[in-house]
Design a protein around this ligand. Sequence first.
Ligand code: SF4
Ligand code: MG
Length: 335
Amino acid sequence: ARPLLTVEDLRTSFFTDDGEVPAVDGVSFHVNEGEILGVVGESGCGKSVTSLSIMGLVPSPPGKITGGKILYKDEDLTKASGKRMRDIRGNDIAMIFQEPMTSLNPVFTIGDQLTEAIRIHTKATKKAARDKAVEIMKLVGLPRADELIKEYPHQLSGGMRQRVMIAMAMICDPKVLIADEPTTALDVTIQAQILKLMKKLNKELNTAVLLITHDLGVVAETCERIVVMYSGKVVEEGTVEEIFKNPQHPYTKGLIQSVPDMRVKQQRLHSIQGNVPKPGSIKRGCRFAARCDYAFDRCLVETPELYETTPGHCTRCFLFDETEEGVYDGTIAES
Ligand code: SF4
Ligand code: MG
């Protein structure tokens, strides 16, 4: 598979009265054709700003892409005009958000909103657009489409509304679907159904998916590869299997320990102590140092790079720098 979307050393900052806040600080990853890539991190890690940057939707001002590239096929989207970005959003890259209620118009029926979107996209007749709407509703598993089409957003459950949003996103038959916390507002059962739907669309239509979430459990079920972000940077990248079996970055380790184990009842959740530092607040050293059980002198003065430990598995931590004295063997003691 070849990369469809490549983010290269992306930098997106917000310019406030307090100065420049680098929300995305040199992020690189790629999404292959037909793949589901998970981007994981806590709120404030830069994952949502990364997706807005890809969509050309960073609120500006105060936001601005200050460096790097976003390659869709061979085109650098950071250089694209507003018109070209609208075109990309209408045909190639679609996005769904956490709370569908805010993106659906409360005063129009589901049918009106879908047919309108279809007509804008295809210039189809009303009748043809309605038929297409019903077809797309079936594709995303919305039952009794003929009746549902006459209902208003508030008459639907959260899960159904999210399916409507996915239907809207699929109208243009996008090559890439960006889903930012698509299941966070939903209960566990509905969450599982929405993830299953995304996997189905990925498989049947070969839509590449960039799944953005704070929940490692979500990516474990859905993705092939994961990128873990912390404080505006990628701190670990690898296949799901590799990251779960052999997490390397102390932050990733902490995240994995905080995933609830469904088989064990009333298990106490492990959570990582402390907060994500405000972007830009740490000028020197590893940004995780204040929360890291393994921090040593070097971590406070130098900034770690991403070290490739095995092919495709990279970690931004000095413990994996082979030039580090007394070469570390790659295992981290259980804490
Ligand atoms: Fe912890 Fe140091 Fe690794 Fe940062 S570089 S994660 S502080 S051990
Ligand atoms: Mg977010």
